[in-house]
Ligand binder design. Structure first.
Ligand code: SAH
Length: 227
C-alpha cells in the first residue's frame, strides 16, 4: 500500500508516522508513506500557498493552483484509488472506514490549513471527505496521521499476535473487554479470578460477556447496529 499526504506544514507529520506500529510497518515494507510539501508549487518568489477569502470573511484560504499542481504531479506517476480531504464536515471516521481503506492500493490525503482549501479542489478532485470528529483543529495534519494510523495497523503483518486487531474495540461493533497484566494483586486491587483459571472456554465466555456489558453501558448504539 502507498499513502501520499499533501500538506503545507510537513513538519507536523514527522513524528507520528515514524515510530511504533506505523514506523515498523514502513520498515517492514508493508506500506510506503510520503509527505509532500504543497509549497513546492507555491506562487511567486515567496512560494505563497494561501490568499484572502472571496466575500471578505476573515482568514486565509489555500489556493487552488499549488494544490492542483501537487496532485497532478502525483497523478501523472500512478493511479489513486481515493483522493481524501480531511475536513470537519466530512463523514466521521470509524473502524468500518479504516477497514475499507486498508484494502486500497494507493491513496492520497490532502490536509487543509488556515480556513481550508479553495472549494474547487473539493468539487473537482477530491473523491472522499473524512472528519475525525465534530470539533475544529488548526490543520488536517493530525487528522491525516490519525487516519493513516487507523489504516496501517490493519495491514496484514503490521500487528504482532500480542496486539491482534481482531480483539480491539469496534472491530465487531463491540467494545473491548477489560485487560490486565502482572502482578495478580496491587494495592489490594485484584485481577478477576476467571482470568487466572487457565480455562480458555471460561475466559472467552467472560470476555464476551464483558464486551457486551461494556458496550450496553457505554455505547448502546453499537449493539443496535449489530442487529
Ligand atoms: N473553515 C473550516 C475549518 C478549517 S480548519 C470549517 O469551518 O469547516 C483547517 C483545516 O483543518 C481543515 O481544512 C481540515 O483539513 C482540518 N481539520 C480541522 N478539523 C478537522 C476535523 N475535525 N477532521 C478533519 N480535518 C479537520
Amino acid at each position: 500500500m502507498r499513502i501520499d499526504i499533501l500538506t503545507v506544514v510537513p513538519e507536523l507529520l514527522e513524528s507520528p508516522l515514524n515510530h511504533s506500529i506505523v514506523g515498523r510497518a514502513i520498515k517492514k515494507g508493508l506500506v510506503e508513506i510520503f509527505v509532500h510539501n504543497i509549497r513546492k508549487y507555491g506562487i511567486g518568489p515567496r512560494k505563497t500557498v494561501d490568499d484572502y477569502c472571496y466575500g471578505g470573511d476573515a482568514g486565509m484560504v489555500m489556493m487552488v493552483e499549488p494544490v492542483y499542481r501537487m496532485i497532478e504531479e502525483l497523478r501523472s506517476e500512478r493511479e489513486y484509488d481515493e483522493m481524501i480531504y480531511m475536513s470537519p464536515d466530512g463523514e466521521t471516521l470509524n473502524q468500518g472506514i479504516a477497514n475499507e481503506l486498508s484494502l486500497k492500493g494507493n491513496i492520497m490525503i490532502l490536509c487543509g490549513h488556515y480556513k481550508g482549501v479553495d472549494h474547487r479542489i473539493r468539487e473537482h478532485l477530491v473523491t472522499r471527505e473524512i472528519s475525525v470528529g465534530d470539533y475544529v483543529l488548526s490543520g488536517g495534519e493530525i487528522p491525516a496521521a490519525v487516519l493513516a494510523d487507523a489504516i496501517v495497523r490493519l495491514l496484514p503483518g503490521a500487528l504482532t499476535d500480542e496486539t491482534s486487531a481482531l480483539s480491539d474495540s469496534f472491530q465487531d461493533d463491540l467494545l473491548s473487554p477489560p485487560i490486565y497484566t502482572r502482578p495478580v494483586e496491587f494495592n489490594g486491587w485484584k485481577v478477576p479470578d476467571v482470568l487466572l483459571s487457565g480455562n480458555p472456554k471460561l475466559i472467552r465466555e467472560w470476555q464476551d460477556s464483558q464486551a457486551i456489558e461494556r458496550t450496553k453501558l457505554l455505547r448502546p448504539g453499537l449493539l443496535l447496529k449489530k442487529n
